[in-house]
Design a protein around this ligand. Structure first.
Ligand SMILES: CC(C)(COP(=O)(O)OP(=O)(O)OC[C@H]1O[C@@H](n2cnc3c(N)ncnc32)[C@H](O)[C@@H]1OP(=O)(O)O)[C@@H](O)C(=O)NCCC(=O)NCCS
Length: 194
């Protein structure tokens, strides 16, 4: 049965080929990669879905700043093994990791993706709010989700990778605190039909 677990260094050799299969070799030209190039994914929010030794899916979240001042997370990439798409693995990974991001104190999540898929998780258009990416992006695909009403108030501007010192309060959770939050999420289980 598939399980969602924290990404470990040994998963990298399966993650990169999975991303190639899902997004193609040109994926590095995407504007989201430009945002990510000067920062690193948060280990406490990097997860994989595995079944035994086989990696089925990956998701990562990166620290960003909106308009140079507002800390937030950039979600992505999320990718599910092509043969296994449409079985609920993506929804499971989104729901469980968003729950953890919220529990860790994050307030805003940005992503570039299809609104038809991400609206079910509470994402709305960010371009109309004045969000911009530092390169080309389809405006309809620039999305944001707030974890509490009001988190988006007065927030707009260009999205950039966050330097370590400007990370949001949620990022300061220690390893022990993070482990406790993850362990406390009873619903941290894979979809049953995958
Ligand atoms: C997008 C992705 C992560 C979704 O994961 P998944 O496990 O395939 O999706 P789920 O099984 O959880 O959800 C399936 C449902 O979402 C819908 N869906 C999947 N991708 C969609 C998209 N891009 N736009 C609209 N709906 C989409 C399916 O049609 C299906 O709907 P249904 O249940 O009504 O039939 C996965 O398909 C994937 O890796 N795709 C390639 C890489 C990619 O595009 N990543 C996202 C970039 S932001």
């Amino acid at each position: 049965m598939p399980q969602i677990i924290h990404e470990r260094p040994e998963h990298a050799e399966q993650i990169e080929p999975l991303l190639d299969r899902c997004f193609g070799p040109d994926r590095f030209k995407k504007t989201a990669y430009k945002v990510r190039e000067n920062t690193t994914p948060l280990p406490e929010l990097s997860f994989v879905t595995v079944e035994g030794d086989k990696l089925l899916a990956t998701i990562r979240y990166w620290p960003i700043l909106i308009g140079d001042v507002t800390p937030a997370l950039l979600l992505g990439p999320i990718a599910v093994e092509p043969d296994l798409q449409g079985k609920g693995i993506g929804v499971g990974l989104m729901r469980e990791t968003l729950k953890i991001a919220k529990a860790l104190g994050h307030r805003l999540i940005v992503l570039v993706g299809d609104p038809e898929y991400y609206s079910q998780f509470g994402f709305q258009n960010a371009a109309v709010l004045g969000f911009e990416m530092p390169g080309p992006v389809e405006k309809r695909r620039l999305l944001v989700k707030e974890f509490m009403p009001g988190a988006l108030k007065n927030v707009s501007g260009v999205i950039s990778g966050a330097p370590e010192k400007s990370l949001s309060p949620g990022r300061i959770a220690t390893k022990a605190e993070t482990d406790k939050i993850v362990a406390s999420l009873a619903a941290f289980a894979p979809p049953t039909d995958a």
